[in-house]
Design a protein. Structure first.
Length: 235
């Protein structure tokens, strides 16, 4: 790798958390092979059966207590703390493993499992425990309108303008553990290339968009990411 980039944007996907034991959605045997996404990951599904949606996300939130950040999460936190330039972490994941590893100001483009959102007034807050249809919003008082603060199918990912601004100003864009199949994140490499940004993919196997990257490395994130971070910090 040439001299250390001043500004780095890193996109992480399911592959980085899978190594911690977080269940994936799209892989063979993943969540969408067991549960209909239309039932638990759409506004329409929530309107039909909010109790079932709450039960699904409550179980996933509880499962976070059984997993820990892996070396890839820890390495990215180290990069943020030790790199002289800017390091922006954008994640498609709704878990909190980046934060638990020590990363700061992570952009959760698909929301956060540990947060709740009032569908009536839009107030976001920490989920203190299981969500249910009995909860009332502490801001507006509405009953039965609290939902997981996650982006469902048909909804716009969060903070897209900021993400694109960071991509266009970056010297290096790194995609880690993503399938390259889900938009708009799958289009980030095109945005980076259009700005002349160097691009690197770190993935267990080539993604659908591997050919778009300047460089691609295959292997477990827990191996590739610490090696990449050590490389950056040496330059």
């Amino acid at each position: 790798m040439p001299k250390a980039p001043a500004s780095i944007v890193i996109l992480t996907g399911a592959g980085i958390s899978a190594e911690s034991g977080v269940e994936t959605f799209r892989d063979k045997g993943g969540i969408w092979s067991k549960v209909r996404l239309e039932d638990v990951a759409t506004p329409e599904g929530f309107a039909r059966d909010p109790a079932a949606v709450h039960a699904f996300y409550n179980a996933r939130r509880a499962a976070l207590g059984a997993v820990e950040p892996n070396p890839a999460h820890l390495a990215l936190a180290r990069l943020q703390h030790e790199h002289a330039g800017d390091v922006t972490i954008v994640t498609q994941n709704i878990d909190d493993l980046h934060e638990r590893a020590g990363s700061q100001n992570v952009i959760h483009m698909h929301g956060e499992l540990t947060q709740q959102l009032c569908a009536a007034c839009g107030t976001r807050s920490q989920a203190a425990g299981d969500l249910s249809t009995d909860l009332a919003c502490t801001a507006c008082g509405a009953h039965g309108r609290m939902r997981p603060d996650v982006v469902w199918f048909g909804e716009m990912p969060y903070r897209m303008e900021l993400i694109i601004d960071r991509l266009l100003a970056a010297d290096l864009f790194v995609s880690i553990g993503t399938s390259g199949a889900v938009y708009p994140a799958a289009g980030f490499v095109d945005e980076a290339r259009s700005a002349g940004t160097r691009t690197l993919e770190l993935n267990l196997e080539p993604s659908e968009g591997t050919f778009l990257f300047d460089e691609a490395r295959q292997g477990p994130a827990s191996v590739l990411v610490p090696a990449f971070v050590a490389e950056i910090l040496r330059t």
